[in-house]
Design a protein around this ligand. Structure first.
Ligand code: SF4
Length: 63
């Protein structure tokens, strides 16, 4: 599983980083960035929860 954050859609609410801080973090601009786009198997469920919780649909699954 690979994920990316669409910077133009992210509003910096912090939900993704709160749910799955192994994959997402809030950068200096207050927007979410993916720490490592190749999501480990054990982090996939939390990543999916983060995707569902994103209010703007900014997190994109690439594969
Ligand atoms: S949940 Fe969505 S809008 Fe909120 S910080 Fe994460 S990517 Fe951005």
């Amino acid at each position: 599983m690979k994920v990316k954050v669409n910077k133009d859609a992210c509003i910096g609410c912090g939900a993704c980083a709160a749910i799955c801080d192994k994959v997402f973090e809030i950068n200096d601009e207050g927007l979410s960035v993916v720490k490592n786009e190749d999501v480990k198997k054990e982090d996939e469920q939390a990543t999916k929860d983060a995707i569902e919780s994103c209010p703007t649909g900014a997190i994109v699954v690439e594969e």
